[in-house]
Design a protein around this ligand. Structure first.
Ligand code: ADP
Length: 359
């Protein structure tokens, strides 16, 4: 197993007219690390990944692979010299080549003896579970199989960096889950560094060693999935990585990390990751995992069930409280619409940010 590139992006800027697609973005990826960039459409993810691949040029800033700067003037390294491979949302296979030849295409530059390249291609086909489909053309393969060919083509030359541009977006839910696991396993098996971009938070959390949350061309927070979930650095990060709902209240007291917030004539304990002060109006962003139906905890409020969705392992409920509604309140049993229930809010997963009026 070879080791992947370590990547350092420093103050990357790219403008399209007056629009800053990359707005001084900095990011580091350690060798062999699987990093996911999570952000909404238009946040600059594709621009960044295309700049790493060498198919887009930055206006300013630097990209280093190890110690080597790859994007500067005469030092600008051609895409095919960067020792990387990319997997696209739309597979991007050659329609006139078989699966075998599509994969073989990635080995052309290597000029390997035919026998060795056949061996590598067959091994890559087997690794993605397509051992018997090498002779098929793309139109004779399902969407999932075509994406497996694209994955085999990406790994066959054993690149130091794998770039994934929303590779699962065109697939059905069931297949998405299976292919996600294959991407995760194969990438780690070959030891490549990986940068994977998506707008899907569940995909990001499932895949990443580290998640970078990107907004308007810069990274708002980069950390482990656990840290992003439990201590979101900004309101955008908290919102984009999933909330059950938001309650607005007034800060009664503040500790180093925790605070007590008054809602009407009740109180909830919460956490804060940015500065807030006594008397300030705040929004409590409640993670779905913070909620449970119990009348034993202290940190709870009264609610009425408004909707129930069966989720296999149990039921997710939508509830209405005096202070606003929440979704995704999980229980193994279902509770009927209209029933009054006490809902407890885990203070660790309920995060206060300065109030922002709804627009
Ligand atoms: P994402 O991948 O997160 O959806 P992109 O990197 O594709 O975001 O785009 C970032 C911003 O730059 C968007 O507002 C997009 O419309 C704009 N943009 C991207 N490519 C071009 C281009 N070739 N010309 C003009 N604007 C572009």
């Amino acid at each position: 197993m070879k080791s992947g590139h370590s990547i350092r992006i420093v103050e990357a800027r790219k403008n399209y007219g007056s629009l800053a697609a990359l707005n001084g973005l900095s990011l580091e990826i350690q060798a062999g690390q699987f990093t996911v960039l999570l952000g909404p459409s238009g946040s600059g993810k594709s621009t960044l990944i295309r700049s790493l691949a060498g198919i887009e040029k930055l206006d300013s800033g630097s990209i280093f692979f190890g110690d080597r700067e790859v994007n500067k003037g005469p030092l600008n390294l051609a895409p095919d010299k960067r020792d990387l491979a990319m997997v696209f949302q739309d597979y991007a296979l050659w329609p006139h080549l078989s699966a075998f030849d599509n994969i073989g295409y990635a080995l052309k530059r290597r000029k390997l003896p035919a026998e060795e390249s056949t061996k590598k291609i067959n091994q890559a086909l087997a690794q993605v579970g397509l051992g018997t489909k090498g002779a098929n053309y793309p139109h004779q393969l399902s969407g999932g199989e075509q994406q497996r060919v694209a994955l085999a083509r990406a790994i066959v030359a054993d690149p130091a960096l794998l770039l994934f541009d929303e590779p699962l977006s065109n697939l059905d839910a069931d297949l998405r889950e299976r292919l996600r696991i294959e991407i995760s396993t194969l990438t780690r098996e070959i030891g490549a560094s990986a940068l994977y971009i998506t707008h899907d938070q569940s995909e990001a959390f499932a895949l990443a060693d580290r998640i970078g949350v990107i907004n308007k061309g810069s990274i708002e927070q980069i950390d482990t999935p656990e840290a992003i979930y439990n201590t979101p650095a900004t309101r955008f990060v908290a919102t984009f990585t999933g909330t059950a709902g938001i309650f607005t209240g007034v800060v009664k007291s503040v500790g180093e990390e925790s605070c007590i917030v008054t809602l009407g004539n009740e109180e909830l304990t919460a956490r804060h990751t940015v500065a807030i002060s006594v008397g300030q109006e705040v929004d409590l962003l409640v993670r779905p995992a913070a909620t449970s139906f119990t009348d034993k905890d202290k940190n709870r409020i009264s609610s009425t069930i408004t909707d129930i969705a069966y989720r296999g392992r149990g039921y997710e409920h939508a509830i209405e409280t005096k202070y606003g509604s929440l979704t995704g309140v999980f229980d193994t049993m279902s509770h009927p619409r209209g029933r009054t229930m006490e809902v407890s809010i885990d203070p660790e997963r309920c995060i206060a940010f300065p109030h922002q009026p709804k627009n």
